[in-house]
Design a binder for this molecule. Structure first.
Ligand code: ZN
Ligand code: ZN
Length: 244
């Protein structure tokens, strides 16, 4: 996300599951270089979010913002690079990062101390929610009144249960500390204050257990809008810039 006027833009990288080369390539695709990044936020230690964080931060001297629990979990796996500056977040306190307010909030997920984020430039708010087993009242409150929302739509229930994943993995994904299925996501979206909401991006879609057209149709039905209005992040392409 970018916050501020052109001269004093603040940009953050939220999670980094890819290796250094791929991360740099993805940034370049958005017209950015690593030096444009003012801070890296980490939601939790799972590889698809954290694998490349410290390599990128060390290579480009960027501060990493994460919870103490996430740092400990990454350290236990030898994934914390010495010398990288860190700021420890908690789920009750917001943090100023340049012109941006970083507002972490806690979520139920099978990681050590996971958080998700609302980011604000003082006027507009972007919420990001992935990797959550079940919506809570706290999460719904944090995501109400946003201008833009990136929302996990991880799996279609029928596709998961009839698919080829082992039983233990299906149970983990569908469990209270796993991921949101399309219907849970749509129900959460339907319960939010959406009076200012201008952008919705479905994200963290399973390649095995979901299909973009199912997500797009479900979210459009919830919002009573055209399917073309719903954005989707794909694993290969991500999603492009949105104008406020
Ligand atoms: Zn994930
Ligand atoms: Zn996760």
């Amino acid at each position: 996300m970018e916050a501020g006027d052109r001269a004093s833009l603040t940009r953050v990288l939220l999670d980094c599951g890819l290796n250094l080369t791929d991360s740099e390539r993805r940034l370049a695709r958005l017209g950015l270089a690593p030096r444009d990044i003012d801070g890296m936020l980490v939601t939790h230690e799972h590889g698809d979010h954290a694998h490349g964080v410290f390599d990128f931060a060390a290579a480009h001297d960027i501060v990493v913002y994460l919870t103490y629990g996430t740092m400990l979990a990454m350290k236990a796996e030898g994934r914390v690079t010495e010398g990288v500056r860190m700021v420890f977040l908690n789920g009750r306190q917001s943090e100023a990062l340049g012109g941006m307010q970083v507002i972490p909030f806690t979520v139920p997920h099978d990681a050590r101390e996971p958080v998700q984020f609302v980011l604000s430039d003082g006027e507009r708010k972007l919420g990001v929610l992935t990797d959550i087993g079940a919506p809570t009242a706290h999460v719904a409150q944090m995501l109400s009144g946003l201008d833009a929302l990136v929302l996990e739509c991880n799996y279609d229930r029928d596709m998961l249960w009839s698919g080829s994943y082992p039983k233990w993995l299906k149970q983990r994904i569908a469990g209270p500390f796993g991921h949101l299925d399309n219907e849970d996501s749509a129900r959460l979206l339907g319960a939010l204050d959406r009076s200012k909401l201008k952008h919705v991006i479905g994200a963290h879609l399973s390649q095995q257990n979901n299909r973009p057209e199912i997500v797009r149709a479900m979210l459009a039905r919830t919002l009573n809008c055209e399917e073309s209005w719903i954005g989707l992040a794909t694993q290969d392409e991500g999603f492009g810039w949105r104008e406020a």
